[in-house]
Design a protein around this ligand. Structure first.
Ligand SMILES: NC(=O)C1=CN([C@@H]2O[C@H](COP(=O)(O)OP(=O)(O)OC[C@H]3O[C@@H](n4cnc5c(N)ncnc54)[C@H](OP(=O)(O)O)[C@@H]3O)[C@@H](O)[C@H]2O)C=CC1
Ligand SMILES: O=C(O)CCC(=O)C(=O)O
Length: 444
């Protein structure tokens, strides 16, 4: 049996209830076969892949908190410090009822390669809780965040592990988490990114993942003699990533016509009104039905359905495995030319393969959504320097980083004979830097 197959088997056997983690490991190792097979003897001897797929350490902890009626609740918190070969662990915190250790491990594993691709010194980690922020008052969110950080603060620090936001964790949560860290540790340091601008946050971090996605898509389209100009785009999600993907798509001349949340979706043939969407989602924290009520050109539909809308481009920006084989078939049928992932692993392996086999340009999230974490690393730099850069400076650096990621991914794909396969290119380019650092640091 090949080394790759052995390690995939091992991961499935040793972590039986973690399907998302299996999927992430399979996707990466399968596409690294060509590199691994060329070095199989040495990698086996060094147990390189076993070290790569096993987190350096992981924490699981109890998070008790009191709701507004005085009722005590207990949630579970996690932090997985996956790989610190190229820098302090870096990756977001997800608060969503679906969170379990397998989901945090898949996200932490993806983060290793994504962070490597940014070219910045950050290792891979991820954390979160099965806490559901929906419908909670600000006081309840604060109570939960303070309890979560009381435990998490034992394991993180500006030079060891620097969490940030992800699903269910935005500026409000990061503020409460930061306040509690400072109170417990007595340290005013860049221990979290995505902070508010009045306490060490970076301009453009809020916009960074969505903007970065469009910078990457633009570079990918240009390299294939295409452009964003005049293209219709379908976007899923209506959170941080989706909103700023829509905003940048409009700025670059495309017309996004959809967005979604966990209960339904919007089709707006006139193009999404991004200021209205921000008001509804970021300020009022309402459902998408409010968008359709305020916008005569928009249709609201219950359930899932954005991938059935005819468009040139598709940007999945909600959650894992939201774009499945039947969705990929609908996209191809409707003549989509490119899919770029804003979310982490939103496209199943079968759907990705179908899209690629049918000539659709496909940008994998670990490359195309790396702008968020890259800008987090820029926030860390500003915190260390005790400086704040302007929006234009950060945005220009973000654009440069995303274009550079595209060039590296494209070059790696070409070098190994997989021209235009950006999945293989991203995995190889991300992997090479991590293993070089791991090898240089001995057996650890
Ligand atoms: N924030 C960041 O900087 C980065 C985020 N990502 C990834 O991007 C994706 C979106 O994150 P972000 O925008 O920050 O999160 P938000 O919490 O801001 O928004 C998430 C969006 O996805 C929807 N959603 C979440 N879970 C589901 C589900 N199970 N089914 C359908 N819709 C769902 C939400 O709908 P509802 O409100 O109804 O729950 C919401 O519209 C995630 O995969 C995240 O890991 C990747 C890189 C960086
Ligand atoms: O900004 C960060 O540190 C993490 C962003 C994130 O969670 C991600 O890239 O998926």
């Amino acid at each position: 049996m090949s080394y790759v197959d052995e390690v995939i088997d091992l991961i499935v056997r040793e972590n039986p209830d973690e399907p998302e983690f299996h999927q992430a490991v399979k996707e990466v190792l399968e596409s690294l076969r060509v590199v691994i097979e060329a070095n199989e003897e040495q990698y086996r001897k060094d147990a390189l892949l076993e070290r790569l797929v096993n987190p350096e350490r992981q924490f699981k902890f109890r998070v008790p908190w009191v709701d507004d009626s005085g009722q005590v609740h207990v949630n579970t918190g996690y932090r997985v410090q996956f790989n610190g070969a190229i820098g302090p662990y870096k990756g977001g915190l997800r608060f969503h009822p679906s969170v379990n250790v397998g989901i945090i491990k898949f996200l932490g594993f993806e983060q290793i390669f994504k962070n490597s691709l940014t070219g910045l010194p950050i290792g891979g980690g991820k954390g979160g809780s099965n806490f559901d922020p929906k419908g909670k008052s600000d006081r309840e969110i604060m109570a939960f965040c303070q309890s979560f950080m009381t435990e998490l603060s034992k394991y993180i620090g500006a030079d060891t592990d620097v969490p940030a936001g992800d699903i269910g964790v935005g500026g409000r949560e990061i503020g409460y988490l930061f306040g509690q860290y400072k109170r417990i540790k007595g340290l005013y340091e860049g221990v979290l990114t995505g902070k508010g601008l009045s306490f060490g946050g970076s301009l453009a971090r809020t916009e960074a993942t969505g903007y970065g996605l469009l910078y990457f898509a633009n570079a990918m389209l240009k390299a294939n003699d295409e452009t964003l100009e005049g293209k219709t785009a379908i976007v899923s999600g209506s959170g941080n990533v989706a909103i700023y993907a829509i905003e940048k798509a409009i700025q670059l001349g495309a017309k996004p016509v959809s967005c979604s949340d966990s209960t339904g979706w919007i089709y707006d043939p006139e193009g999404i009104d991004v200021e209205l969407l921000k008001e509804i989602k970021e300020v009022k924290r309402e459902r998408l039905t409010a968008y359709a009520e305020a916008r005569p050109s928009a249709e609201y539909h219950d359930g899932k359905g954005v991938w059935t809308v005819k468009a040139d481009l598709a940007f999945p920006c909600a959650t894992q495995n939201e774009l499945q084989l039947e969705d990929a078939k609908a996209l191809v049928e409707n003549g989509v030319i490119a899919v770029a992932e804003g979310a982490n692993m939103p496209t199943t392996i079968e759907a990705t393969e179908y899209l690629q086999e049918n000539g659709v340009l496909f940008a994998p999230g670990k490359a195309s959504n790396a702008g968020g974490v890259a800008t987090s690393a820029l926030e860390m730099s500003q915190n260390s320097q005790r400086l704040s850069w302007t929006f234009e400076e950060v945005d220009a650096k973000l654009q440069g980083i995303m274009e550079n990621i595209f060039l590296n991914v494209d070059a790696a794909a070409k070098e190994y004979g997989f021209d235009k396969n950006y999945v293989v290119g991203a995995n190889i380019a991300g992997f090479k830097k991590v293993i070089e650092a791991m090898n240089a640091q001995g057996i650890v």
